[in-house]
Write a protein that binds this ligand. Sequence first.
Ligand SMILES: C[S@@+](CC[C@H](N)C(=O)[O-])C[C@H]1O[C@@H](n2cnc3c(N)ncnc32)[C@H](O)[C@@H]1O
Length: 273
Amino acid sequence: MSRLTDRGYLRDDQYRDATNLRSRMTLHEHFSTNPYGWPRWVFDQFDIPPHGRVLELGCGPGALWIENLGRVPDGWRVTLSDLSPGMVEEARARLGSHPAFAAFEVADAQALPFVDAGFDAVVANHMLYHVPDRARALAEIRRVLRPGGRLYAATNGLGHMRELDDLGRRLAPDDYPEARDSRQALGFNLEQGGEELARVFTRVELRRYDDGLVVTEAAPLVDYLLSMGGMAGRRGLPRGAARARLIAAVREEIERAGAIRVTKSTGLFIAER
Ligand SMILES: C[S@@+](CC[C@H](N)C(=O)[O-])C[C@H]1O[C@@H](n2cnc3c(N)ncnc32)[C@H](O)[C@@H]1O
């Protein structure tokens, strides 16, 4: 089984806590060409009634909400859930005192512990590609949405971060061999996700977020690569002296070219029940 959908690995290793995710967010936060910011843009796309009941699946440490906290209407009731208990605890620690956040639940998207038709909106932000049986998860999402309710499902396209994957393979060929291939194998991507959603939902729409990276510092880029190592099927890239060697090699590339430019391909499907 690919590690990308291996729930034991995802829950107990890759997403045991937010460390790996944070390395990746740091790179995006500091070097993205679009200054607007992904979390703010995602929130802009929501069309949720003033007393909306909202469920997020695979919420991670709650970054979407932290970045939009002042914009969450008082009347919303938001339930945050994730497969990883560590992520749920982190989200609770950061958002538990805010009145709109009604519940924090450990939940697998394939078997949701929620009643039928209980939500106006379900958010699945960069998480459906981790779910082994996506048809089952989509049926569950449909079940918990009220008629007319919407799924907001973000994912990446096939070319997302390809230069960075190439760099990882070139500089650390023994440790970063399969990441590119595993991205190519992303089951749920911008290219085919719409078709899959249209089997379960009506009015499926894709909105793309225009962005890229111009990276001028070596360490955040190397830490991003390190955070992906385990997902590529290995135990993880070497740390310590080997990390320092990688940083030196990336620094040379940056000095030679002025910066490392990376393609992003990312967007949001909106699908109605
Ligand atoms: C790439 S992270 C995205 C986190 C957050 N949505 C964000 O965008 O910052 C994927 C998240 O999905 C969670 N996840 C993976 N498989 C899952 C499943 N089957 N059901 C629910 N959550 C899952 C992981 O634990 C992780 O927190």
